[in-house]
Write a protein that binds this ligand. Structure first.
Ligand code: 5GP
Ligand code: MN
Length: 337
């Protein structure tokens, strides 16, 4: 993978550019993609943004979100955008498998694929150019850094700032994680200077759900959570029938995995959800328990040191058993004080 700076001299030559993100995008995937789109738009390029799947309602306020193409819904149109592109920016994922049904197409297109991502152990051979930096808080911070390095900071308008702020704020747990460095706070100061109203964005992202989601969380914490104190671990497993009963939509389960981390002493949390099409796993940890390695070893996944995901092709029950076995095998690290 070559250095992304090799592309800077071509930035102001009109190109057809497509930006893609990971499936079921979160605020960082969507925010970094739209932030980059707003920036590149000012150079006169032809731009398209594609998500591999649908996305949460709480992302729909983002400037530009309405023009994003859902690959699963509009495959033909999205394939055309990928075929026509000179450059394809790949944001907030480290392996093409994270784009689900789009992965095959991405492998075969002629355009140069350009990675901007902060996940661990990226598949660098899949990308012609790019930056990968697991020390960065978010892909949105990396897009901001990139804009600064091109020398075009003045092109950060309020729409760009809104998108990038949403990404960096959510990926740092509202500036709580150690990834919220002084550089991150300096970036936020620059975004604020564009006229960004940050409290409005917190409201859009966190105070915008329907009653059913809160009832669902109450039900799940009451009835679907097991605590294994001897392993400092909590597990939430959610059957498909719960998602149906509470009318749970894409994005409604975001953040659920964090609740058990508020219990004193809990080091590892797993959330295993039967989504019917697949069993989706989310892992969060505190301190020195590495969920990136855990998700890779046991659940075909990966991510960050303290936040990772994966999947299983078995049933919910089999996946829960698989998790309990994996937890027991990790006893030494989990019981370490
Ligand atoms: P979540 O649990 O919120 O789905 O994911 C946590 C973090 O791990 C996110 O940064 C997400 O992009 C990443 N992640 C989730 N699932 C996978 C996976 O299957 N493979 C890899 N490499 N990363 C994942
Ligand atoms: Mn991210």
């Amino acid at each position: 993978m070559k250095n992304i700076e090799e592309l800077f001299p071509f930035l102001d030559q009109a190109k057809t550019i497509t930006i893609v993100m990971h499936l079921k995008p979160d605020a960082d995937a969507m925010g970094s993609s739209l932030g980059l789109c707003h920036f590149l738009n000012q150079f006169g390029h032809r731009l398209h943004v594609i998500s591999p799947t649908n996305w949460a309602d709480w992302l729909k306020w983002m400037p530009g979100a309405a023009a994003v193409t859902d690959y699963e819904l509009n495959t033909e149109r999205a394939n055309k955008y990928l075929d026509e592109a000179d450059w394809i920016f790949c944001l907030d994922f480290n392996t093409l498998a994270r784009t689900r049904h789009m992965a095959g197409k991405l492998r075969s297109v002629k355009a140069s694929k350009i990675l901007i991502d902060h996940h661990q152990e990226p598949s660098l051979q899949d990308f012609a150019f790019g930056i990968s930096d697991p020390n960065k808080s978010s892909t949105s911070e990396m897009v901001y850094d990139l804009i600064v390095r091109t020398g075009h900071c003045e092109k950060i308008d309020v729409a760009t700032a809104q998108c990038l702020y949403a990404g960096v704020m959510t990926d740092t747990g509202s500036f709580r994680f150690s990834s919220a460095t002084a550089d991150v706070h300096r970036m936020v100061a620059v975004l604020k200077d564009t006229g960004l109203r940050h409290s409005k964005i917190h409201e859009e992202l966190f105070d915008n759900f329907l009653e059913n989601r809160l009832r669902f969380i109450g039900h799940v914490l009451q009835n679907r959570m097991d605590i294994y104190y001897e392993y400092n671990t909590a597990l939430i497993s959610v059957p498909w029938k719960d998602l149906v009963k509470y009318e749970i939509k894409t994005g409604d389960t975001e953040g659920l995995v964090n609740y058990p981390l508020t219990i004193k002493g809990i080091k590892l949390v797993a959330l295993i959800i039967d989504r019917d099409e697949e069993i989706k796993c989310s892992f969060r940890s505190k301190d020195d328990f590495d969920v990136n390695s855990f998700a890779r070893r046991y659940f075909e996944g990966g991510g960050h040191f303290n936040a990772a995901g994966g999947r299983s092709s078995g049933t919910l029950e089999q996946t829960v058993h698989q998790f309990i076995r994996a937890m027991k095998e990790s006893m030494f690290e989990l019981q370490k004080p």
